[in-house]
Design a protein around this ligand. Structure first.
Ligand code: HEM
Ligand SMILES: [Cu+2]
Length: 534
């Protein structure tokens, strides 16, 4: 049965038909539009990743030519970064839940919100066009480093235009959230009564708004150089390739916090709910989000330790990198302190939360190895880096996303999923993930370089193990998705508050009505996680 039919007073029943969706200005519908689009690209990215792992199961050629491999890892990176991990949490759950959690009926600019979804779709079409036009997808890596990106015959121009267009979608979402949070909070929702997910989105939005234009301009400079031969980055034309790296990372380091801050926000929501206890150190978590967003602007040089930077500059960037680890560590401490002496209810979203903490910790600690000047010189451009960022982005953000999918599933779709199947899928994902990526850290320290379709025979065993892990992970993904698809049609009808959460989204029906609240939601003096309120 369709959700509109089974939940006639929900926003699903408000209007019917495809046009009522793709031209909707309702933040909940836009969140769901993003959900389907982003998830589809995630799956494409996963398939590309599985193909790479298949190529890497043995040295020499296995299933594809070196040139194809270069294009596959580039497309994988572009899709996973620009089409999946940057928008995933703000565009899906930010859109769906931010207005509800701060007690209002929509974002500040609903039409701009719809526009940003359409811009996402157009950017995605540009990225896909690289598959069919000219010499095929870019082969530069998702970083588009000059001067190679200026010279290669593959479709760099279309690929960077795609990233440029997608940037506008990100900027508009950030702008919308900042204004929404400043102007539209429910009358009693003072800043420090805001849920931590809203705070995380607020910090993220400022990065989206202020950093994205830099990469936009940088990418246009690549286009200018390729199309008009203006010498900006290519030494043969009188340009400076190191300038490209600076401009690129001045955006792309802050951008890693666009990828991870919203995930931290979700973790800060799920932990109090399943520990049945108010969050420990609410203000410390708020300030650490803002601190991460701020300090994140000053560390980009750690990507360039081996690019010929001066000694003092390298030491300063290394030091600042260690500084930005402090607020992240504060959050981990507060989460663990909240769980301590909580009455813990081990449900599927909490399993994902615990996997997040474990994997994010490995990602963070290996990040310090990259951030420390002396060790980075050794592991730079090896599989250690690939292992590190998959631990942060996949083991961290994507696991938080999966957790949130289960946490908010009843609210978004009005039905419950099968918990045993969900837990089995989680187990496969957790085991598969670690078998897939831990060997990459090992083989990286042994010296295997990244971005090659081939490797020396001494790296064989860890690569076989890693590829086997990718299949276990894929099995987990299929099971997780199948379970949720079945639940959406046939699951038991969900109540308003299946987990006993105390933030405002749990005070409204599942799924919410068109205007989010039938009755004015109740707020507590004591902040958003007051379990006495129930
Ligand atoms: C089944 C899941 C995945 C598999 C099997 C996989 C596998 C891989 C492999 C083998 C590489 C290539 C390394 C190289 O040759 O240098 C790679 C690169 C990369 N992956 Fe994944 N990955 C997966 C999911 C993800 C996710 C969820 C993200 C999220 C952001 C991601 C982001 C990246 C990026 C940014 C690169 C770098 C591309 C480049 O160097 O241009 N991957 N991945
Ligand atoms: Cu960085």
């Amino acid at each position: 049965m369709s959700i509109a039919a089974s939940h006639p007073s929900s926003f699903y029943a408000d209007k019917r038909g495809i046009l009522s969706w793709i031209f909707s200005t309702d933040h909940k519908r836009i969140g769901l539009l993003y959900f389907y689009a982003i998830f589809a690209f995630f799956l494409v990215g996963v398939v590309l990743g599985l193909l790479m792992r298949l190529e890497l199961i043995a040295p020499g050629r296995t299933i594809m030519e070196p040139q194809i491999y270069n294009q596959v890892f580039t497309l994988h990176g572009v899709i996973m970064i620009f089409l999946f991990i940057i928008p995933v949490i703000p565009a899906i759950f930010g859109n769906f839940f931010l207005p509800i959690m701060i007690g209002t009926d929509d974002v500040a600019f609903p039409k701009i919100n719809l526009l940003s979804w359409w811009i996402y779709v157009i950017g995605a079409i540009f990225a896909l066009l690289t598959l069919v036009v000219g010499d095929g997808p870019a082969d530069t890596g998702w970083t588009f480093y000059a001067p190679y990106s200026v010279k290669t015959g593959t479709n760099v121009t279309l690929a960077v235009l795609a990233a440029f267009i997608l940037g506008f979608s990100s900027i508009l979402t950030g702008l919308n959230f900042i204004v929404t949070i400043h102007r539209l909070r429910a009358p009693e929702m003072s800043w420090f009564r805001m849920p931590l997910f809203a705070w995380a989105l607020y910090a993220t939005s400022w990065i989206q708004l202020l950093a994205t234009p830099i990469v936009g301009i940088t990418l246009l400079m690549i286009v200018a150089e390729r199309v008009f031969g203006i010498g900006l980055f290519d030494p043969a034309l009188g340009g400076d390739p190191i300038l490209y790296q600076h401009l690129f990372w001045i955006y792309s380091h802050p951008a890693v916090y666009i990828m991870v801050l919203p995930a931290m926000g979700i973790i800060s929501e799920m932990i109090p709910t399943f520990a049945k206890r108010t969050i420990f150190g609410y203000r410390a978590i708020v300030w650490s989000s803002l601190a991460i967003a701020f300090i994140g602007y000053f560390v980009w040089g750690h990507h360039m330790f081996t690019s010929g930077m001066s000694g003092p500059a390298r030491v300063v960037f290394s030091l600042l990198t260690f500084l930005v680890a402090v607020p992240s560590a504060i959050k981990v401490f507060n989460w663990v302190a909240t769980l301590y002496q909580g009455s813990i209810d081990v449900r599927t979203p909490l399993l994902y939360t615990m996997a997040f903490i474990f994997q994010f910790l490995i990602g963070g600690l290996t990040g310090l190895v990259n951030g420390a000047l002396a060790t980075d010189v050794h592991v730079h451009d090896t599989y250690f880096v690939v292992g590190h960022f998959h631990y942060v982005m996949f083991g961290g953000t994507a696991f938080a996303f999966f957790g949130a999918m289960h946490y908010w599933f009843p609210k978004m779709f009005g039905r419950m999923y099968n918990e045993r199947t969900a837990n089995t899928a989680f187990t496969l994902l957790f085991i598969g993930f670690n078998i897939l990526y831990f060997p990459m850290l090992v083989v990286g320290i042994m010296g295997m370089p990244r971005r090659y379709y081939d490797y020396l025979p001494e790296f064989h065993l860890p690569n076989v193990i890693s590829t086997i892990g990718s299949w276990i992970l894929a099995a987990g993904l299929i099971l997780m998705i199948a379970n949720l698809i079945v639940a959406r049609r046939k699951g038991a009808i969900a109540g308003r508050n299946p987990w006993g959460g105390v933030t405002l989204e749990w005070q409204t029906p599942s799924p919410p009505p068109q205007h989010n609240f039938d009755e004015t939601p109740r707020l507590s003096e004591k902040g958003p996680y007051d379990f006495d309120l129930k």
